[in-house]
Structure formats: C-alpha cells, structure tokens
Design a protein around this ligand. Structure first.
Ligand code: NAD
Length: 285
C-alpha cells in the first residue's frame, strides 16, 4: 500500500491559524504583540526568499515583523551593534540571523551575541546546552517541525528505531536529541558511516538531512517506515527535490513527507511558535 503523505503545508497552515488566535488573545490581554526581527546580510538569493517568506508569515499571523537588510560589505562590528540594539528592544521577542553569513564573518560570534532569551532559532550555546540537558527553552525550528510531523502520524516514538542521516548543528544533531528525549533508539549517520543503507534499513523512523538529491532510495527503507525528508535541492532543470527518492520510496514507506510542501512550511510555523512562546514568557504567561 502506498505511504500516507504527511502534508506539511496543511499542517503548518493549521498551526499558523492557532498561533494567529493566540497572538490576538495575548495582545488583547497584555498589550504585547510578539515581534520578530530578521537580519539578512548580503545578497544570497535563497536567503532573501527565506527572509521574505518569514516576514509574510509573521504579518499573516499578526506578529510584528522587523526586517534588517545589510550589504555584504557590512563589518562584524556593525552587525554586532545591531544585534545589541535588538536585544534591548522591548518590541522584539525573537531575533533571527539568516545563515549563511558572508565569508569573513565569524558566525559563532554573531550567534552568541543574540540574547539566549530571544534566540528563536535555538542556536545559542546556552540553548543548545538546555536542549541537550532535556530542558529546552527554544527548540530549533526545523527539528521541532520534524517531531510535530512524526506526531501527526499518530505513531508513538517511544522504543522506535530512528535513524538520522546528517549531523549538522542545525538539523541532524538537534533532531537526534529530540528523538532521544522522546525515547527512540537513535542512530546518527553521516558521510563516513560504513554501509549506511544497512543502518537505514533498520529504521522505523528515517530523517534525511543531507542536502543530496534523491539520496535515500527504496532499497534503504523498511516497509511501513516513517520517512521525513528535510533536504531541499534544486536540480539542473530547476525542479525542487528532497533527499529522498519520493516517487519510489512512497510505495514502500508507511508515511512520507513531500518536497516542496513538507518540512519547509513547518519550519516557518515553528519560528512563529517560538516567537509567540518568547512573547508569552515576557508577559509572564
Ligand atoms: P549540512 O551540509 O550542514 O549537513 C549535511 C550533513 O549530511 C553532514 O552532517 C554530512 O555528514 C551529511 N552527509 C553529506 N553527505 C553524506 C553522505 N554521502 N552520506 C551520509 N551523510 C552525508 O546541511 P544541513 O544544514 O543540515 O541541511 C541538510 C539539508 O536540509 C539541505 O538540503 C538543506 O537545504 C536542508 N534544510 C532544510 C530546511 C527546511 O526548512 N526544510 C532547514 C534546514 C536545512
């Protein structure tokens, strides 16, 4: 039987509607409107699209968006000054520095300058530590969305074999940690894993976060598995595909996410959710 498609677009839409209602109530009760500042340095076209989409999503959900576009020639000092201003700005509850930063900028220094209390991406070392310790304040958006997509299948994560392919700080590692906290038995695969297909075949839950088109093929997937495709890859003909060979793997998996329309929309919904949660904390709620 073909897999059930986990419709990230529909799921994200429902979450965004819930957020819009909560934003309305928060403002009515406390006068606080959740504010998100997005900082974009340079002219990377994909980053510009991401930032624009995040701004539109903020507006639609009734949040207060601020956009800061700086030229690629911006010095690290100027960027740090802007972040300090945003840290001190009471209208702002979330600060997002769009990655990648231009070459020459020290990304770690920039991410560490963001106040941990406004770090809606969850990249500050304090928030990474809180996540590893099992008491997170901000959960990184993509991993948070991945878990909600798995939950939408109604399957219990406890005791399942989960295999995460990719060990990046923004996706692979945090998603593995979240699955561990939900009592899955977790394996992380990466570019030096030996016989990766054999490892992935054991998985009840597969998370692909590699950045290689159609990397996960049918022969790697256990019948009935939940397959979450984080990858976004543009082919030479302009088509957008994930890391999973969706058309074939869907004949074998139990549940699968499409690209586009899967994890991507959920990431933005989680960013709004994190900003709302931050504003609620400010309001003492
Ligand atoms: P990254 O380049 O930082 O990490 C990729 C990981 O894949 C590395 O850990 C590497 O070890 C592993 N890898 C590379 N080649 C491999 C191979 N042959 N076999 C096994 N593992 C291999 O990437 P990232 O930032 O984690 O992003 C991964 C993908 O997810 C990209 O396509 C990115 O565009 C996408 N992404 C999507 C969203 C979203 O919202 N949908 C968010 C973040 C990233």
């Amino acid at each position: 039987m073909p897999a059930q498609i986990i419709d990230g677009k529909a799921l994200a839409q429902a979450i965004r509607e819930g957020i819009a209602e909560e934003v309305r109530l928060l403002e009515k009760d406390t006068g606080i409107k959740p504010g998100l500042a997005a900082v974009l340095v340079g002219e990377d076209p994909a980053s510009a699209v991401y930032v624009r989409n995040k701004k539109i999503a903020c507006e639609k959900a009734g949040l207060y968006p601020q956009e800061h576009r700086l030229p690629a020639s911006t010095t690290q000092e100027t960027l740090l000054k802007l972040i300090q201003q945003l840290n001190a700005d009471a209208r702002i509850h979330g600060i997002l520095v769009q990655l990648p930063l231009p070459p020459g900028m020290d990304s770690q220094a920039i991410l560490q300058a963001v106040s941990p209390e406004k770090d809606v991406d969850g990249f500050h070392p304090v928030n990474v530590g809180r996540l590893v310790g099992g008491d997170p304040v901000f959960i990184p958006c993509t991993p948070k969305g991945v878990i909600q997509m798995i939950d939408s299948t109604g399957q219990d994560i406890t005791g399942k074999r989960a295999v995460v392919i990719g060990r990046s700080n923004i996706v692979g590692k945090p998603v593995a940690m979240l699955l561990l906290h939900r009592h899955a038995t977790v394996t992380i695969c990466h570019s030096r894993t030996k016989d990766l297909p054999a490892v992935v075949r054991e998985a009840d839950i597969v998370i692909a976060a590699i950045g290689k088109p159609l990397f996960v093929t049918t022969d790697m997937v256990k019948e009935g598995a939940i397959v979450i495709d984080v990858g976004i890859n543009r082919l030479a003909d302009g088509k957008l595909v994930g890391d999973v060979d969706f058309d074939r793997v869907k004949e074998r998996a139990g549940w699968i996410t499409p690209v586009p329309g899967g994890v991507g929309p959920m990431t933005i919904a989680m960013l709004l959710q994190n900003t709302l949660e931050s504003a609620k904390r400010t309001a003492g709620k």
